[in-house]
Design a protein around this ligand. Structure first.
Ligand code: FE
Ligand code: FE
Length: 198
């Protein structure tokens, strides 16, 4: 099947699976990811697939999420069990594979890591991670305008500032923080130091 038809099919299925608000967010992420891919000379259709599917497991209730994790053999960490909102990233990759027929590991991995990030992300992982934060419907987020500008100029800087924004927000709420988010921030801060030392 041609990619355009495939994308259309996925869009239709998602419009039924997601709430209207989540579906709007999804389209915003898909087109932001597509634009960022274009700016980087990266395969923009892959960015569209990953952007469209990144939240495909987000609107399921926790019970269904846990059931599907079992079905697909997805192990959950302590952090994910304590903050079930994190589950949809890992499960999303499983749902994209098993229910949407995605086989491209790069796309699946971008879905997998879109919530927490991880150290040394691939370009597509960074694109989806940042697109999720900057899409047009987002508002009232610290540093949002800076992150939006940086995302097309220096994606590593955009990733770093997004992590800082997330960590500050989670800390202010005294929320559970998945340790990998802090590890990712430390990694990108370290990377910037290396650049300066060069
Ligand atoms: Fe998400
Ligand atoms: Fe999202």
């Amino acid at each position: 099947m041609h990619n355009t038809e495939e994308l259309e099919k996925i869009r239709k299925k998602l419009s039924k699976e997601l709430t209207p608000k989540r579906f709007d967010h999804t389209l915003g992420v898909a087109y932001c990811a597509c634009s960022m891919a274009m700016a980087q000379g990266y395969d923009f259709e892959k960015a569209l697939f990953a952007g469209l599917l990144h939240d495909c497991a987000k609107c399921m209730d926790v019970e269904k999420q846990l059931k599907l994790c079992k079905k697909y053999g997805i192990d959950l960490t302590k952090a994910e069990l304590e903050s079930p909102a994190l589950i949809h990233a890992k499960l999303g990759a499983g749902v994209a594979r098993h229910q949407y027929g995605i086989e491209d590991e790069e796309i699946l991995s971008a879905i997998r890591w879109h919530t927490t990030g991880r150290p040394d992300m691939s370009l597509l992982e960074k694109i989806v991670y940042v697109a999720d934060y900057i899409e047009p419907a987002r508002k009232n987020i610290p540093y949002l305008e800076e992150i939006r500008q940086l995302s097309f100029r220096d994606i590593d800087e955009a990733v770093k500032l997004e992590l800082k924004s997330c960590l500050e927000f989670l800390n202010s709420k005294n929320a559970n923080i998945d340790p990998i988010t802090q590890e990712t921030y430390d990694y990108y801060v370290g990377m910037q130091r290396e650049k300066i030392d060069d």
